[in-house]
Write a protein that binds this ligand. Sequence first.
Ligand code: ADP
Ligand code: MG
Length: 250
Amino acid sequence: MSLLNMKSVKKSFDGVEILKDISLEVGEGEILSIIGPSGSGKSTLLRCATLLEDMDDGELSYNGNTVCKSVEGKSVYESSAALKKISECFGLVFQNFNLFPHMNVLQNICDAPIRVQKRDRTSVKEEAFELLKKMGLFDKAEAYPYQLSGGQSQRVAIARALALNPKILFFDEPTSALDPELTGEVLRVIKSLSDLNIAMVIVTHEMAFAREISDKVIFMSGGVIVEAGTPDVVFASDNEKTKNFIGALN
Ligand code: ADP
Ligand code: MG
């Protein structure tokens, strides 16, 4: 059974079909990268997968738990109580970090586990310090977001997502808002997560990184999956669209 299963997902905005018929699966601990030109629907796909956006048609499930199924050409969602429970198994890291500006680093990380998940304050804090250590930010617990570099902010955002103990973490272009010299530190941190056995879905323009880290790569263009396979297969593709896209970024 796959951890994430999306089947025939369709989504339109203002009558324009943005996701045309997207199916994908991610297994436990698996790393999937999604590449493709701007406007191809990558963020919309992640937003549908993380319930920030309702899909129009198609199916979605986590760990065999149905989020929505397709009934007469429409996605029908489970009750909000069921969705709340299912949403505990995924986390999302945005391009622009989205830290709470009025909270320090520790509060940013501990807020949801304590307030939403109702976990014990002391053990959440202990875990937060462990995460900060892993992110190389142990000394930044008391800092506020405005005092951090972009790379540090993104590492805090990753720690915040991890504090909720997700089984799968989605990243939407986690380094594209960063100065080039700060990209490496964030990519290294993401790479270091692969030994936590958390599945990851990463939308990225960092081709070398995608190639190195991924178990599977999907190339999207115009709302469809043009190509999917192992990095070796996709990066050596003969498909004109895939070749042109990858060639332009290398
Ligand atoms: P990508 O992440 O691959 O750049 P997006 O998923 O952000 O692509 O966007 C795909 C298309 O959907 C774009 O043309 C964008 O303008 C459109 N789109 C995305 N979100 C909305 C929205 N909330 N309302 C209207 N159009 C949207
Ligand atoms: Mg996007």
